[in-house]
Design a protein around this ligand. Structure first.
Ligand code: GRF
Length: 295
């Protein structure tokens, strides 16, 4: 594909700023009855996307093909193809694997924009090479073209973004963004949270700490993002063994390989609206193959 370079510019004085906490088009919800062709009853106590308790049995309807009546942009009866914003500060190998999965239609979503604080990073270069618009965030003395948090929310709204995927983005996500996209921002971390997470745990530091602790298992965690580092609700994990002679680099390579698989699976589940919320606030992924199974 012809190399293109984009830098989106947005008005710093938007005429219409959506109110905080009012994501106008909730994109992760109990699937709509509109596309039902069979009914399943189960007794897990689940709540809706908004966190409103739904007591007793919940009836979820879905298309017989596992939820896809529509493989296009949403004009059919199935869930609309979701718009994704990926946040990257580094090499962007997770970003790349998600993009490749979207291109081959393994994900019912489209990467609409890359957000970065490092315009020269590998992830930004990959975005430009693949015609994906790049937004710089945040604004700083070294990045005067960066957007403010409020302008970023406005920009993402204009792009009709459904989910924000953090993939090696090192800055803390501001509260404005978390509140503007409830239950719609996820991050990948290279350890089994809540262990080896929090401020300062990034890159090889995580793997060095795992090895030094004597832990026999590590692996990636994908979690919803709250206002702190690595503390949001856990959505998915994959266990990777820590071998007796592992270096941090060797462990990082083994974990990263699993990250690529896991992030694609989780993004697919988000886009297919297969993430549901247990009554206690824990998110679960409904299996595509067996809709009565959750992980
Ligand atoms: C990954 O290890 C991820 O878990 C962490 O940052 C790293 C990003 O790697 N949050 P890449 O840029 O996707 O290659």
């Amino acid at each position: 594909m012809e190399a293109k370079s984009f830098l989106l510019s947005f008005s710093s004085n938007p005429t219409k700023t959506p109110s905080v906490g009012s994501h106008s088009r909730p994109s992760l919800s109990i699937p709509s009855q509109k596309w039902s062709s069979c009914k399943t009853h189960f007794d897990l106590k689940l709540v809706s996307q908004r966190g409103v308790p739904r007591r007793g049995f919940l009836c979820i309807n879905r298309a017989e093909n596992g939820g896809f009546a529509d493989e296009g942009g949403g004009s059919g009866d199935g869930p609309r193809r979701k718009n994704l914003a990926v946040f990257v500060s580094g090499g962007g190998s997770n970003f790349r694997s998600i993009h490749e999965a979207a291109v081959r239609r393994a994900i019912h979503g489209h990467i609409a924009v890359l957000v970065t604080d490092k315009p020269g990073c590998g992830g930004a270069a990959y975005a430009r090479d693949n015609g994906i618009p790049v937004i710089m965030f945040p604004k700083s003395s070294s990045s005067p073209d960066g957007l403010s948090a409020a302008d970023l929310v406005t920009a993402l709204r204009r792009l009709d973004i459904d989910f924000l995927l953090l993939a090696g983005y090192l800055k803390l996500i501001p509260v404005e963004l978390v509140r503007a996209y409830p239950r719609s921002v996820v991050n990948i971390h290279p350890s089994l949270l809540p262990a080896f997470g929090g401020k300062g745990y990034y890159g090889l530091k995580v793997h060095k700490a795992v090895i030094a602790s004597g832990a026999r298992y590590s692996g990636p965690t994908i979690h919803f993002v709250d206002e702190h580092y690595d503390t949001g609700r856990i959505l998915a994990q994959k266990v990777v063994p820590v071998l007796p002679n592992d270096t941090a680099e060797e462990l990082a390579t083994r974990v990263l390989h699993e990250e690529h698989q896991l992030y694609v699976q989780v993004t697919a589940a988000l886009c297919e609206e297969r993430v549901v919320w247990r009554e206690d606030g824990v998110p679960l992924i409904r299996s595509k193959e067996n809709p009565n199974d959750y992980s």
